[in-house]
Design a protein around this ligand. Structure first.
Ligand code: SF4
Length: 331
């Protein structure tokens, strides 16, 4: 493995200063993705700054509006088990429980989870074949190669990869904010703006720059939060990334949908909101299956499947309907 120097940060100000001045330095917390990336040669930082000791960033705190501020260093297992998360946003708890093994959830942090890099096999399998995300300008082997697991929305000829995080899909559905502390203070970044489109620079996954440290994720109170559900469809039932997944959250007036939030995983470089479907679903009765199906279909006219993943277009719509009905049954 590539040699590196490990030091520990005592406070966020010095951690941010060190990161902003040293392009060879990376933050490490749970390390469940970064260490694998380093072993396989995708990331080769010379210095690692352990941020596990930064005070206060492991807590789950109340927001004045009834939402929650989830510290970036909170462990996945602690967030999934938190009574407030389970009661107010079951979609978050379910997404975490479907994400990884118990051992990984005990180790991995929330900030690290949303920073995971793609599981595209061409990216992860060393340098045997071209990959623009690993080596800019080398080409995309998946575009005309094996692309069954890849995107149907938002891809470019430079990269057709999907984002692997489950809980990011739940956060996107709830319009959560990533709270980033940098050299000039703290700022919220809406989930919709956090991940960069692949365009011609797929090597950059998100909008963070040098000296930016994720300190929390804030989930505002949502009337749809309690009636929410995360559905993950995958090739095997355990320890597998999503073929497609859906975060659904609803508010109802009796049997009628008053408002709907739908986001999908496994279909794009970021959690993909089904905004056209959300608008079309308002006012439809939960028992009107054909109406629900037609409304969901409105978000799929823009789908652009690749050679091997056309099945995702139908699978996604069926999964969205099932997740919607499960969330609706909780309202
Ligand atoms: Fe690399 Fe993206 Fe193409 Fe996969 S889809 S080979 S990550 S450029």
């Amino acid at each position: 493995m590539h040699p590196f120097v490990l030091t520990r940060a005592d406070d966020s100000a010095s951690a941010i200063a060190a990161h902003s001045q040293d392009v060879q330095l990376a933050f490490i917390a749970g390390g469940t993705d970064l260490v694998a990336l380093m072993k396989d040669g995708m990331e080769l930082p010379e210095r690692l700054l352990d941020i596990n000791g930064l005070p206060g960033t492991e807590r789950i705190e109340e927001l004045p509006d009834g939402g929650l501020r989830i510290g970036a260093l909170a462990r996945m297992s602690d967030v999934a088990a938190d009574g407030r998360v389970r009661a107010r946003f079951p979609v978050i708890a379910e997404a975490l429980l479907f994400s990884a093994s118990g051992q990984l959830r005990n180790m991995a942090t929330m900030g690290g989870n949303i920073m995971q890099r793609t599981r595209c096999a061409y990216f992860r399998d060393g340098d045997a074949l071209p990959c623009n995300k690993r080596e800019p300008g080398s080409g995309c082997s998946a575009l005309h190669g094996l692309n069954r697991n890849h995107a149907i929305f938002g891809w470019s000829a430079s990269c057709v990869a999907t984002h692997p995080s489950d809980v990011a899909v739940a956060f996107a559905a709830l319009d959560a904010n990533v709270i980033v502390r940098g050299r000039v203070g703290e700022r919220p970044i809406p989930f919709a703006e956090f991940y960069r489109p692949p365009s011609s620079t797929p090597e950059r996954d998100n909008v963070l720059g040098r000296g930016d440290l994720i300190v929390a994720i804030e989930v505002p109170a949502r009337p749809e939060g309690r009636a929410s559900h995360y559905l993950k469809v995958r090739d095997r039932q355990s320890y597998e990334f999503a073929l497609v997944s859906v975060a659904a959250a609803v508010e109802t007036d009796g049997e009628r949908l008053r408002s709907v939030r739908l986001a999908m995983g496994g279909v794009a470089h970021k959690p993909w909101r089904l905004l056209a479907a959300e608008r079309a679903l308002r006012g439809i009765l939960l028992g009107n299956t054909n109406g629900l199906r037609s409304a969901i279909a409105q978000s799929f006219s823009e789908a652009r499947p690749l050679t091997h993943n056309g099945f995702k277009v139908e699978l996604s719509q069926r999964a969205a309907l099932r997740a919607l009905l499960t969330a609706g049954a909780r309202a």
